[in-house]
Design a protein around this ligand. Structure first.
Ligand code: ARG
Length: 607
């Protein structure tokens, strides 16, 4: 049996998380004591403890300690008395301090130490969680102030599925940090509300609505169409082009009439974005690119004083380690760009907002942009050389959303997909499915609305989050709305089923929690109990690597173990073990709801 393969750490330089509820950590502490006694001359040996994987349908233990082989290769040849890794494994077992956690240990294969946990200890740990609440299982990150920069669409350009991914992933990451007791988390919407396109838009706005009072969301209509129409004017009419170019200058110099037009355009965009956020239940604090504009000259001056800024063909650039093209801080025409703004915004975030950890969520296409930005800050001495040290910046990239044709996802008629329409479509399909069920007649209008929203939006989120964010995924309504398989629909109904089991028992679950006791005599009860107890360590791993898909995988396995093992083989209501099994149902529902919460999915309670 080989050691469990660990998830590949992504570019995220992992951070140390204090996670006392983790079974793995608790075992590691015991093994640490044992290693000190077993090989006192190897003070660097760190306990390597992992959950056991199922191999060919069998599991040799719950956890394993994999130190013996490594230690052997270091000490063989020395006079230690050990004759091989299995003997070291046995010594590691003998030197373990007594603990209620462990039922038995054994050495297997070339020297793996397999641990079987005590079912009594598993039961007690679960009961403690039921009594104290699942938030006691939260780890602690060594950060007080963090920011997730996510969603960040561009005004008047399209808010596309890429922004949907950023919104969904970013919201989950913020929720994960929140659960990890980071005191202050800023959920920043770095909207693209500045740039030369505004000249064109403003000139067109003046042309369409000579009277500013006539401007409204309804009058402007779809901003994308508005953008395209203005672009056509810009490209075809030199006189219009000139007005557009002048409009940019007027806007930048703060001319009231131009500021107002800019504001009006931003407001229309914002209303459209908000409709998406409102459906997704995502909260964001907007501070767009325009905000940082006044800070750009000062930050560039500081960088210049540090000798970082060079002249290249009239542009002002910064060279960074390991990249042969420079970062363009000021364009040849003297104008600012995306980089100029990000230099100023990162400076602001570190110095004014005093953030210790800033997480940027965008498609992987922007990886180089952020790599160069962070490197420039390291060169300036504004970020530590050591990438694991704080303050710290992390770029969280994600892959493309593809359509059935394998190309970038687009809707039938237009080149882009309006996100509001997409979400409404998911909801509509769920509603149809609910109305087709026999139980539909027992549901109120409001229940049907709320449930179709929870499932529809939940399905879109889950389909995105369950895939490792670095890979592309294919957007497919039929797949994500299937009630069988790894979908939010399946999971939400599994949760509703558990709640209905508890309801049908007729017992007051709070009362059962106070007086009942968990017993894990059946192997499927034990398997469920152990999986529940592994939530803290799975969460830790998801958090360390900022990979929500690990949480999805855990949640899906939980639903499967509950449904296919526990619930199939262990009668709950009316059995002699009813009390204990109801508590297992409740614990499962609680952990599922925590996962839903972290994934931004609203739970469903009724089948
Ligand atoms: N507006 C950008 C885009 O749509 C994303 C901004 C990300 N955040 C940042 N600070 N650059 O691609």
């Amino acid at each position: 049996q080989s050691p469990v393969t660990k998830t590949q750490s992504t570019s995220t330089a992992a951070i140390e998380i204090d996670n006392p509820a983790s079974v793995r950590k608790q075992l590691a502490n015991l093994f640490d004591v044992s290693l000190r006694a077993t090989v006192p001359d190897e003070p660097d040996a760190v306990p390597l403890v992992d959950a056991c994987a199922v191999k060919g349908g069998v599991k040799f233990g719950d956890y394993q300690c994999n130190n013996a082989m490594g230690i052997w290769s270091k000490i063989k040849g020395k006079q230690t008395g050990f004759r091989g890794p299995p003997a070291i494994g046995q010594a590691i077992i003998n030197n373990l301090p007594p603990s209620e956690m462990i039922d038995s240990c054994s050495v297997a294969g070339p020297g793996f130490v397999n641990v079987v946990l005590s079912k009594k200890w598993i039961a007690q740990s679960l009961q403690r969680m039921l009594a104290d609440g699942i938030d006691k299982w939260a780890p602690r990150l060594p950060v007080k102030r963090a920011m997730v920069d996510f969603s960040s669409p561009n005004i008047a350009k399209e808010m596309h599925v890429g922004h949907l991914r950023s919104t969904i992933i970013g919201d989950t990451l913020a929720r994960m940090l929140e659960f990890s007791r980071v005191e202050c988390i800023i959920r920043r919407n770095h909207v693209g509300d500045w740039g030369t396109q505004f000249g064109m838009l403003i000139a067109y706005l003046f042309e369409m609505f000579p009277n500013p009072e006539d401007v409204s969301e309804a009058a402007i209509g779809d901003l994308q169409t508005f953008y395209k129409a203005s672009k056509v004017r810009f490209d075809s009419d030199p006189e219009f082009k000139l007005r557009a170019q002048q409009a940019v200058i007027q806007l930048q110099s703060g001319e009231a009439k131009y500021r107002q037009a800019w504001q009006q355009i931003c407001d229309v965009s914002r209303a459209e974005f908000d409709r998406v956020y409102q459906r997704l239940g995502v909260r964001l604090e907007e501070m767009g690119e325009s905000f940082y504009n006044p800070y750009i000259p000062g930050v560039l001056e500081k960088l210049d004083n540090l000798g970082l800024i060079e002249d290249s063909d009239g542009a002002r650039v910064i060279f960074v380690e390991g990249v042969n093209i420079p970062l363009i801080a000021v364009k040849r025409d003297g104008g600012y760009n995306y980089f100029s703004t990000d230099l100023a915004s990162l400076w602001y975030r570190l110095n004014e907002e005093k953030l210790e950890w800033i997480v940027y969520v965008t498609d992987i296409g922007q990886q180089q942009h952020f790599d160069m930005l962070f490197k420039a800050f390291r060169r300036a001495g504004w970020l530590p050389r050591d990438e694991t040290a704080f303050p710290k910046c992390t770029h969280i990239g994600f892959g493309l959303v593809l359509g059935e044709d394998g190309k970038r996802f687009r809707s039938r008629s237009s080149e882009v997909v309006r996100l509001v329409d997409l979400l409404d479509e998911a909801k509509r399909r769920c509603k149809t499915a609910i109305l087709e069920r026999d139980t539909a007649k027992d549901w109120s209008e409001e229940e049907i609305e709320k449930t179709s929203e929870a499932i529809g939006y939940g399905a879109v989120k889950y389909a995105d989050l369950k895939i490792n964010r670095l890979t592309n995924y294919t957007f497919n309504f039929d797949q994500m709305l299937n009630d069988k398989g790894n979908t939010a629909v399946y999971l939400l109904y599994a949760h509703a089923r558990i709640c209905s089991i508890i309801r049908k028992s007729g017992k007051d679950i709070e009362e059962v929690k106070r007086n009942g006791k968990i017993v894990l005599d059946h192997e499927d009860e034990r398997a469920l109990g152990l999986h529940l107890l592994q939530f803290p360590e799975v969460f830790e791993e998801a958090c360390t690597n900022l990979l929500p898909n690990l949480l999805c995988e855990y949640l899906y396995n939980l639903a499967e173990i509950f449904t296919k093992k526990f619930y199939s083989n262990c009668q709950v209501v009316g059995s002699p073990e009813e009390t204990s099994r109801l508590l297992l149902c409740e614990a499962t529902a609680i952990v599922m709801r925590k996962c839903f919460f972290l994934l931004g999915i609203v739970p469903v309670y009724k089948l």
